[in-house]
Structure formats: C-alpha cells, structure tokens
Ligand binder design. Sequence first.
Ligand SMILES: Cc1ncc(COP(=O)(O)O)c(C=O)c1O
Length: 392
Amino acid sequence: MPVASKALRTCRRLDEVGFSDIVVVRNQVMALRAANKDVFGFHGGEPYFETPQPIKDAMTRALADNQTRYAPSSGIGPLRTAIAEKLRTRNGMKHVKEENVLVTVGGAHALHAAFQSVLDAGDDMLLFSPYWTPIRDMIVMAQARPLLVPTESACKEGVGHALERYFTKATRAIYYNTPQNPSGTVFTRKDAEEVAAFAIKHNLIVIADEAYEDLVYDGDHFSIATLPGMAERTITCYTLSKSYGMTGWRVGYATAPEPFMTAMRKIVLYSTNGVSTPTQWAALAAMNMPQEFLTNQRSEYKKRRDLLVTGLNELGFECAMPAGAFYAFARATHIHKQSRVAASRLLEQAHVATVPGVIFGPQGEGHLRFGYAVPLETIAHGLEALKKYLKR
Ligand SMILES: Cc1ncc(COP(=O)(O)O)c(C=O)c1O
C-alpha cells in the first residue's frame, strides 16, 4: 500500500527566518528603470566607485599563475598574515596572531559563522535597534531570540543601563555594530567601555561588526576587543565590501580567540570550504592598498553626507548628521507616518528610492534610509526631485 503523501516541508528552524525586504525595493527600482524612468537610487548599500585596479590586477595575476586550486579553508597564509598585521596595527588588537584570523565569504558569512558558533536554541541575544535586517534573521536561524535595545534612548540614558534593562537570564551574547547600519551611529569609546563592563559582569560574548570601520567622519573608529578583558570574549567581523568597493567579490574576515575560532572554522569548512583562491590573492592586494586610498574615499563620502543631510533637513526631513557609515536615517513623517507608505510614495511619485525604516526594526518606523554611497549628481538631482514632490 502506498503511504499517503503528506505535504513536504522544510526544517522548522527556518519558519521564522525572513527574506530581505530590501530586495522588494530593488525589484521595484529595476521595473521602473526597465520602463525608461530615471530613478534616484538611495536604497543601496554599495560603494559608488569601482574596485581599484591593483586589486583587479592581482586577480588576473592569480589566474595566470594558476592559483585556482583548493586553498586552506580558513584562508591562504599570506592573506591571514596581512590581516593579523592590520588588526594589530590599525585596530590596536595587539594579541591577534595569524591563527586568530579566518577568511570568509564577505562580512555576512563571518557573522553567520559567529552566531552559529555562539548561540544555542533558547538563548537570547541583545542587539541595538534599528539594526541591519539580516542580523535578526541570523539570530533566529541559530534558534535564539533577539532582544531589541533602542539605540537612540540607549545613547541618551547610557548604553550600560539600557542593556541591563533588556538583559534576561538566557542572554548569552551582544551584537555590537559600530558604525551602524542603518542609523550611521558611531558608539563612543565610553559606550564601548560600558558595553564591555556589562559583558564582563554577565559573562557574555560580544559579536562586533566593524563593516564600516573606515567610514568614521568625526574622530576615530574604536574596536571593543581592545578593552581589558574583552579579547577573550569578542568575535570581530569585517568585510572588504565597503572599504574597497568589493561587494560582489564576497570576501571578509573574522578574528576571534579560542574556542570560538575553531568553532567558526568548522562552520566555514562545512558551508563554503573557504573563499575562492584567486579572490583571496586579490584580497591580499586590497590589504596592501595605501592608507591614502581609504582617507580619500572617506572625504568623498563626507561630501556626499553633508550635501544629502543638509538638503534633507531643508526639505523638512529630520536627520541628525550621521557620524559614520554611508546612510542617512531621516524622520519622514511629513511624507507619511508609516515608512512603507512614505517610501512607496517617494518611489512612485518622485522616483526617489529609499528603504522604509520599519524594515530595520520597530524603532525604525517613521524613518527612511537614504544610502549616500552614490554619485554627487544623484544626490543633487534626487534632492531636486524631492523638492518638486513636496511643492506639488
Ligand atoms: C552592518 C553590516 N555588517 C555586515 C555587512 C556585510 O557585508 P558583506 O556581506 O557584503 O561583506 C553589511 C552589508 O551591508 C552591513 O551593513
């Protein structure tokens, strides 16, 4: 007798995991562009410049040299050595050695490996909100529960106090992103010290996301792992995507102490088995780019930030000057109090593409995220289009 066929299903742990809402905006923009409409695209999070030539040349050379075979799954030696050196000298993580470095398929995979290595089913994880959307899903995919700590009020009352209020007995870790996507917030050294004291007091692990470390406009970037007592409890994740215009190359890295490094190596081994070998040689060239390259990019972004944020405030959006990353997170309740409605009005009627703030957590409602990693002309023309829309 045939067994009655039941509907096939996927594993339950994916039931609550979402799929990126930003893709919906991207598809709408593509549809408008396909219909020959000019769209001012502020919805993205990709550098406006192309990958620098020395990085592309290193890839070509690697191919010519037949660097096309399996590499060690945690990364080729020269790249891990260069990353360890960068972490020691630029980030001040004096304790880091080559064996504390893992090369990953972008920052996203470093974060995935970190969450999978730290969280058990039923654990809680603290994160500041609004947050980069995939983080919540990555926490849920590890069968843990995200505990949202509102960033704005936390910065006012003190991040240490705020974390205490949301802490539960099941809390195991904190996701600590600075500079932040989507708000552009940069945590101060004092904030980092409070987070560190809190983590040490409750014996928590910190997963630090420093994807935008090179985009801090006022003051310097500060890595929480350098504080006393933090090296042993911090996993720090990086990407080459933003600093070097390498979003499509998919290369990033993480640094962690044991036992987390071994755990993360297992996740990488059994998921991607490492980053493509020629890409790693190109990544080595990126690590060797002169510091002026990063300084120049930062001043280019600062121009964009100033133009956009000043313009938005003149048009009735409320937007504090973001201290880092390349996003302006503007209050847009004069367009509509629901950010999804506000975003679709601006897209349909002004052809200005933004991301509704609510996608980044309930604390983002009433806001729109404008990514300013775009040409200056896009900002100027986009502001014109908004002005026309608001005058109509
Ligand atoms: C806060 C944050 N972390 C990490 C990443 C990861 O970037 P990627 O996977 O492209 O390296 C991003 C990308 O948008 C980000 O915004």
